[in-house]
Design a protein around this ligand. Structure first.
Ligand code: ATP
Ligand code: MG
Length: 226
């Protein structure tokens, strides 16, 4: 049975995929077998093999072992809209038990499994379940990726409070600089650090292109906290 991590974030586009790939790479550098999942993805292209989502394909490529696409991303939807609406319009509901089953398969073949969330913490997956329910079912600790941009203090604190309320273990947060010119970046990082109850695992600078090696190195002092 592998150790697992769930990567959530303050919002869509906050850097969950970049952080997931970087952390997978860093753990692999420690000699560990690491698999990843993006169980639900809305925004996918039709291919002869079926729907393919970019995040899921990148995570699949970063996996230590080859596995079928469906194991990494059992629920892909063409429309880039809220997942429960995409599922409704595709008439293919998201089944949480199916996700758990694929997670277990990956877990049986690895030291670590990293699971990227969809959107933020409260995103509905169907009429009654949200991302938070999926994480409870998977029984995984959470890393919160904060996309450092205007408004992130509020988003970070609200998300942290909600994760805490759900009883899920939070390992820490990541300050991910998505905005190359964010005003008062240092003050924002310090404010979140002062007000949030979990440690800052690392800071990831603005990167001109996707770079799992550099992102992974940002975690070098955080492995003890995972
Ligand atoms: N540290 C960074 N420096 C520069 N660009 C970044 C950084 N982190 C993320 N980005 C860019 O921001 C965009 C969103 O990042 P990413 O796809 O990782 O977010 P996400 O939270 O996974 O989004 P989604 O909700 O679509 O899954 C991408 O274009 C990515 O390359
Ligand atoms: Mg993503």
């Amino acid at each position: 049975m592998a150790r697992g991590l769930f990567i959530t974030g303050t919002d869509t586009g906050c850097g969950k995929t970049e952080i997931t790939l970087g952390l997978m790479h860093w753990l692999q550098c420690q000699g560990l077998t690491v698999m990843g999942m993006k169980p639900v993805a809305s925004g996918a292209v039709r291919t002869p093999e079926g729907l393919r989502n970019d995040d899921a394909e990148r995570i699949q490529s970063q996996c230590s072992k080859e596995v079928p696409y469906e194991w990494v991303n059992p629920f892909a939807y063409e429309s880039p809209i809220a997942p429960h609406l995409a599922a409704e319009s595709a008439e293919r509901p998201i089944n949480l038990q199916t996700i758990v089953e694929y997670y277990k398969r990956l877990s049986d073949m690895a030291d670590w499994v990293l699971v990227e969330g969809v959107g933020g913490w409260c995103v509905p997956l169907d009429g009654k379940s949200t991302v938070a329910d999926l994480v409870r079912l998977l029984d995984l600790p959470v890393i919160l990726v904060v996309g450092m941009r205007l408004g992130c203090i509020n988003h970070a604190l609200l998300t942290e409070a909600h994760i805490q309320q759900s009883g899920t273990k939070q390992l820490g947060w990541v300050a991910n600089q998505v905005d190359p010119a964010m005003a008062a970046l240092e003050g924002n990082v310090k404010t979140i650090s002062d007000l949030i109850d979990v440690p800052c695992l690392c800071r990831v600078p603005f990167l001109s292109k996707s770079d799992p090696v550099r992102v992974g190195e940002c975690f070098r002092n955080a492995l003890g906290l995972l």
